[in-house]
Design a protein around this ligand. Structure first.
Ligand SMILES: [Zn+2]
Length: 333
């Protein structure tokens, strides 16, 4: 991997609503490498490479990251177009304020993701990339993502989680991929050291998985202690994330992986324990429990069981999937 390239991206200060230094850097990278770039009304950046190589029936893989960080004290550097000092020590990178030499958050969340995405453009001839603004203040950039850009995307891989062994499966209550896609990716991910599937708060693929019909996933990309002044980056783990991304895109190719979504409203019985922590409030717009609604849920579960049975899953797998469905949708019935 190119450590200087990583350090350069990490040295760019960028905070929510003030992402210009990272955005300009990406646009310059695109121009130097003859990659088509567009910026939407929110300031999100979209890259497209290899349009002329696409044949009919093919879809783009899409890599995703967000350009903003939470380190608001960096605003003065953005105004002055100054960079952070990046210090390398024993395989770890940290950042310092250029004026005071005091440690500050390096913003590996998610500039490590930006780096990994750009390296993917160095490796692949056909690829799309989406770089969002304002992820840290409620995914405001990806909420308004350009639908047209995603029309010919076959799957999306975001790099925005700590460490090098982190796969988000459920993101703020939204399932990012279905069972079939999970089977497709598990072995490749395991070979790259990614074994831990987890249930996470939010990142941009939450929006993409909600709005579009392709499978998404989110991988760790080597940052730690995100959102704090002591945030740091482990070079080796960023490198592992690169390798995982490369293997995954090589394996998945230029195909469309449609996300089989089970659609049903969340249901909670009326006599639920009001002291219980139901997690993300967004999922509980509708608290109801009448028979009709319960029938709807039963129907979804029945459909899930029948479809898994038809596909030849065994009883244990089906039980697991139903249990996950109940947890993911917080169905306390
Ligand atoms: Zn992030």
């Amino acid at each position: 991997m190119n450590i200087d390239f990583l350090k350069e991206i990490l040295s760019l200060p960028s905070i929510s609503s003030n992402e210009s230094m990272v955005r300009d850097y990406i646009l310059e990278f695109a121009e130097e490498n003859q990659i088509l770039s567009t910026v939407d009304h929110k300031g999100n950046v979209y890259l497209t490479k290899g349009k002329e190589k696409m044949t009919s029936g093919e879809y783009y893989p899409c890599v995703v990251s967000h350009m903003d960080t939470v380190h608001r004290s960096h605003i003065e550097y953005i105004i002055n177009k100054e960079r952070l000092d990046i210090v390398e020590d024993d395989g770890k990178l940290t950042a310092r304020h250029p004026n005071t030499d005091k440690q500050t958050g390096i913003g590996g969340d998610d500039k490590c993701g930006v780096y990994v995405c750009l390296e993917m453009f160095n490796k692949f001839d056909v690829l799309k990339g989406a770089f969002f603004v304002e992820e840290e203040i409620g995914m405001r950039g990806s909420r308004e993502s350009d639908d047209k850009f995603f029309e010919n995307v076959g799957y999306a891989i975001q790099f925005d989680a700590p460490s090098d062994n982190w796969i988000s499966e459920v993101c703020s209550g939204v399932k990012l991929f279905d069972g079939e896609f999970k089977e497709e990716i598990t072995q490749t991910l395991n070979e790259s050291g990614y074994t831990k599937f987890s249930n996470d708060p939010f990142t941009d693929v939450n929006q993409l998985a909600t709005k579009y019909d392709f499978n998404c996933l989110n991988l760790g990309c080597g940052y730690y202690r995100q959102h704090t002044d002591s945030e740091y980056v482990v070079i080796e783990e960023v490198s592992n994330s690169l390798k995982a991304g490369e293997k995954l895109i090589t394996k998945l190719g230029l195909e469309k992986y449609t996300h089989n979504k089970i659609t049903s409203k969340p249901v909670i019985m009326e006599n639920y324990d009001s002291g219980y922590d139901y997690g993300n409030v967004d999922n509980y717009d509708t608290l109801y429990g009448d028979e009709e609604e319960l029938d709807e849920v039963s129907e979804s579960i029945t459909e899930l069981v029948i479809s898994m049975n038809d596909q030849g899953y065994d009883v244990e797998d089906i039980k697991d999937e139903v249990a996950k469905y109940l947890i993911d949708n917080s169905l306390y019935v």
